[in-house]
Design a protein around this ligand. Structure first.
Ligand code: IMP
Ligand code: MG
Length: 184
């Protein structure tokens, strides 16, 4: 285990088993629909690549990259890199690492909706309902794991761009954050 990780919340085996179950559901529900799976970078990369290998029906993949920045009055989101496929009339499933406040997926959902897909659903590996922004009414359609209000790393999720490569999901030791603050 990585020395900065306090404890493992979800093991590699738990994650892989759950993705297998989700892939079976998606393969059944989207059979004959040639769905487009859209991954939201960067956190989704590990989840996306494991999931897509377990999907047993014809499908396509695309990616988008969104960022948030502090605007003049509030936090704004921008599309840094858009999908390249035409999704008009297509069945689209957005894959995301974590549904936290819901702000980024709400923005992503509205953005993709303007492209007039036949259907648009959200599939997230993790859901943290306690952190939801009350003004976000969007709910994920497929959830891998509902987790408590903890900041987690690994399996695509980062702290300061590190730990994305861990094959499991864990919680960092408190001193990792304290060290960072001390250095600032
Ligand atoms: P949102 O708050 O639902 O908009 O989530 C936005 C993004 O915050 C996610 O896509 C992640 O990149 C990041 N995020 C939220 N919770 C965590 C966490 O526990 N660990 C690492 N990144 C997180
Ligand atoms: Mg992040």
């Amino acid at each position: 285990m990585n020395g900065n990780v306090d404890y493992v919340l979800l093991s590699e085996e738990q994650i892989q088993n759950r993705i297998q179950e989700m892939a079976e559901v998606l393969s059944r529900e989207y059979a004959g629909k040639d769905p487009v799976f859209v991954g939201v970078l960067k956190g989704v990369v590990l989840f996306f690549s494991d999931m897509i290998k377990m999907i047993t029906i014809p499908c396509q993949m695309d990616f988008m990259w969104i960022s948030s920045y502090q605007g003049t009055e509030s936090k704004q989101m921008i599309v840094r890199s858009d999908i390249t496929s035409d999704i008009k009339g297509r069945h689209v499933v957005v894959l995301e690492d974590v549904f936290d406040t819901g702000n980024s997926l709400d923005f992503t959902y509205k953005h993709l909706l303007t492209k007039e897909p036949a259907s648009l659903r959200i599939c997230t590996l993790l859901d943290k309902p306690e952190r939801r922004n009350p003004s976000v009414t969007l709910q994920p359609d497929y959830v891998g794991f509902t987790i408590p209000n903890e900041f987690v790393v690994g399996y695509g999720l980062d702290y300061d761009e590190h730990y994305r490569n861990l094959p499991y999901i864990g919680v960092l030791k408190p001193e990792v954050y304290q060290q960072e603050q001390g250095e600032c």
